[in-house]
Design a protein around this ligand. Structure first.
Ligand SMILES: Cc1cc2nc3c(=O)[nH]c(=O)nc-3n(C[C@H](O)[C@H](O)[C@H](O)COP(=O)(O)OP(=O)(O)OC[C@H]3O[C@@H](n4cnc5c(N)ncnc54)[C@H](O)[C@@H]3O)c2cc1C
Length: 389
């Protein structure tokens, strides 16, 4: 077994680390409290070659599709700015799905702008009555001549406020009969589209919103992948976005732990620096341990994806364990800063609200545990029988 990154991976990580800690970290708090999306910083990240990493060989500066390197990048970005790191992950998902499953027109139109940070494509899966149970979605795409006409509502769409298009899933109806759930790339400037913002507790630059589609007409070329094949392509992508989301929590929590270690060294109580008291230092030691365990789980999952080994259960493990541990670590770091930690001038309360997002997005802990049980122990461990519903 080899646990160190390769020379190339480490070199790219170091470039991103230097950029993130000098250029991004100082402005995190101010950006995190604003609803504007930091396009300049996102494009600067694009300028490092990050956004093309999973966009196919022509646009990938690394040459090879390396999910471990993608993990190293998002962890480094999240150490400095959790939200900017999370804005990278949908780009990875979209470029990967478009490069693999879209036709030449869509590839030509969207890949380059996504990779250079000039455009953004959101993901529309969740609906008001269908989140964890994605198979319950009600949005329809009805075939009408050479077009599809889409009706329905998507909610909780990250970056909706700032996106140019959305990749959404819809039940596809042909000649009055459902032919399964398909994926469509829908520009957001089409007629019959309505958007409304969601007032969030954190994740503010990420412009989450609700999308109404009231008979939106798209050509057949908007279809991404085969009709009825949406769940295989989009949900397969979650097997790499889950460890990446977990790593954003881990990066953000690691920054909190490192800052708190510095603070304990300098803050004195009862005649000594707080770092001398095990009641304080053991809290950091325990979080450092758990973050390292979560991190190893993420990188082993990403490595398995890179080499084509099964990793669905591991991906689900990273997604409940990593964000949960990250949230706990940030919470304890806030407490170890005493009254200062509670102040909005320190980053901890902001990070707590931001990190909560990855406990829910891409599936909650309960849903990950259902996936783990199903993958490891078989269908008897799925907690419902769909045929009886
Ligand atoms: C910050 C953020 C960003 C997001 N971004 C996007 C996005 O870009 N695109 C998108 O499509 N969606 C997005 N989502 C939506 C997210 O994927 C859903 O919120 C998530 O899958 C849960 O669905 P739900 O909110 O409908 O909760 P529900 O499915 O209604 O679940 C409610 C609660 O019940 C629990 N629960 C549900 N079923 C079970 C079960 N069988 N056993 C035990 N417990 C269960 C859940 O764990 C949860 O705690 C985002 C969410 C957040 C918070």
């Amino acid at each position: 077994m080899e646990f160190d990154p390769s020379e190339d991976q480490a070199a790219f990580r170091d470039v991103v680390r230097k950029f993130a800690r000098t250029e991004l970290a100082p402005g995190y708090l101010e950006r995190a409290k604003s609803e504007s999306f930091p396009w300049a910083e996102h494009r600067a990240i694009a300028g490092l070659g990050v956004l093309g990493m999973l966009a196919g060989p022509e646009r990938n500066p690394q040459g090879v599709e390396d999910y471990v390197a993608a993990g190293l990048v998002v962890e480094e970005l999240a150490y400095a700015d959790f939200n900017l790191a999370n804005a990278v992950i949908p780009v990875f998902l979209m470029t990967s799905l478009i490069a693999r499953h879209a036709g030449p027109d869509l590839r030509e139109q969207w890949l380059e702008p996504l990779v250079t940070g000039q455009a953004y494509v959101a993901l529309g899966l969740t609906e008001p009555d269908a989140g964890s149970d994605v198979t319950a979605i009600r949005t329809t795409a009805t075939v009408d001549g050479d077009d599809y006409v889409i009706r329905g509502e998507k909610t909780s769409v990250t970056m909706l406020a700032h996106s140019d298009a959305i990749l959404l899933v819809a039940n596809t109806v042909r000649d009055g009969t459902s032919v399964g759930v398909s994926t469509f790339l829908v520009p957001l400037d089409l007629p019959d589209i309505g958007k409304a913002p969601i007032a969030d507790t954190g994740w503010l630059p990420m412009g989450r919103g609700v999308l109404h589609l009231d008979g939106v007409r798209v050509p057949a070329s908007a279809l991404v992948g085969a009709e009825g094949a949406a769940f295989r392509s989009v949900l397969g992508g979650f097997d790499f976005t889950r460890p990446l989301l977990a790593l954003t929590g881990i990066g953000c929590a690691q920054a909190s732990v490192d800052e708190t270690a510095e603070y304990l060294r300098s803050r004195r109580a009862f005649g000594a620096p707080l770092s001398r008291f095990e009641g304080a230092s053991f809290v950091l030691a325990e979080h450092a341990t758990q973050l390292e365990a979560a991190r190893l789980l993420c990188y082993s999952t990403l490595w398995r994806r890179s080499v084509g080994k099964p990793h669905t259960a591991l991906a689900a493990m990273t997604k409940w364990y990593g964000p949960q541990e990250a949230s706990k670590a940030v919470h304890d770091c806030l407490l170890l800063h005493g009254n200062f930690g509670y102040s909005a001038e320190f980053p901890f309360e902001q990070r707590m609200r931001d990190v909560l997002a990855v406990e829910i997005a891409d599936g909650t802990a309960q849903i990950q545990k259902i996936i783990i049980a199903r993958e490891l122990f078989g269908p008897d461990f799925v907690p419902y029988d769909r045929s009886r519903r």
